[in-house]
Design a protein around this ligand. Structure first.
Ligand code: PGA
Length: 253
């Protein structure tokens, strides 16, 4: 089954309004007319609207890096799915390891976020991945199994086409040390198999599974040539239009 590759740039807590505009316009101009891979830019909340304006009318989508699973109301500092849709988001990243470890998000909250975002029509990039310690203790598959089981709890089958999974081994994020193509492929096969158990084989075959963790122009083609690596979630290398676009082009083969 051929799945269209999907490359998303996770800008994390970087850029300024001028920098965000320049980066989004740079990516837009370099990718004019390109449609051989799906592309999304995920800036910080304050720059979502201006990035949405910069890519309006193109195939480039916009995503947020977080969402809070409640309707409008007294939730100081939080932003819900309706607001993200209102400012032009198609995607939202949920379960990123930085939010799990630095902010302390637990599986239960992550699951509520996944359900809330999907129910409201956002496409969710759901991140999972093991730490180095867990990999060395041979726990990679049980960690992925757990994160999938918890994160997808009560996510109905008729909504899973709005789900993307990003396999992001924690030891590869921001370290310059990417997983090998074989390590990524092996984890992705496991994730697809587990997904087929939770839902069904057809949904699992359609599922787009991104790899994330030190993806660069130099390693992107090899990683994404693996049959189950359907794209990339890119942090550091998404902060320069040239390197991000090179990764997008590598995805398209
Ligand atoms: P990195 O980050 O590409 O800088 O390793 C990836 C991510 O955290 O999504």
């Amino acid at each position: 089954m051929s799945r269209k590759k999907f490359v998303a740039g996770n800008w994390k807590m970087n850029t300024t309004s001028a920098g965000a505009k320049a980066l989004a316009s740079g990516v837009r101009d370099q990718l004019a007319g390109f449609d051989r891979a799906d592309v999304a830019l995920c800036p910080p909340f304050p720059y979502l609207s201006l990035v949405a304006d910069a890519v309006r009318g193109t195939a480039i989508a916009v995503g947020a890096q977080n969402v809070f699973p409640e309707p409008q109301g007294a939730f100081t500092g939080e932003v819900n799915a309706e607001m993200l849709l209102d400012v032009g988001c198609r995607y939202v990243i949920v379960g990123h390891s930085e939010r799990r470890t630095i902010i302390g998000e637990k599986d239960e909250l992550i699951n509520r976020k996944v359900r809330h975002a999907i129910q409201h029509g956002l496409h969710v990039i759901f991140c999972i991945g093991e730490t180095l310690e867990q990999r060395e203790a041979n726990q990679t598959e049980s960690v992925l199994d757990n994160q999938l089981t918890w994160g997808l709890r009560e996510v109905p089958k008729d909504q899973v086409d709005r789900l993307i999974i990003a396999y992001e081994p924690v030891w590869a994020i921001g370290t310059g040390r990417n997983a090998t193509a074989q390590q990524a492929q092996q984890a992705h096969v496991f994730i697809r198999w587990r997904f087929s158990q939770i839902y069904d084989n057809d949904s699992a075959q359609r599922l787009v599974i991104q790899y994330g963790g030190s993806v660069k122009p130099e390693n992107a083609a090899e990683l994404m040539s693996q049959p189950d690596v359907d794209g990339a979630l890119v942090g550091g290398a998404s902060l320069k239009a040239d390197s991000f676009v090179a990764i997008v082009r590598a995805a398209a083969g």
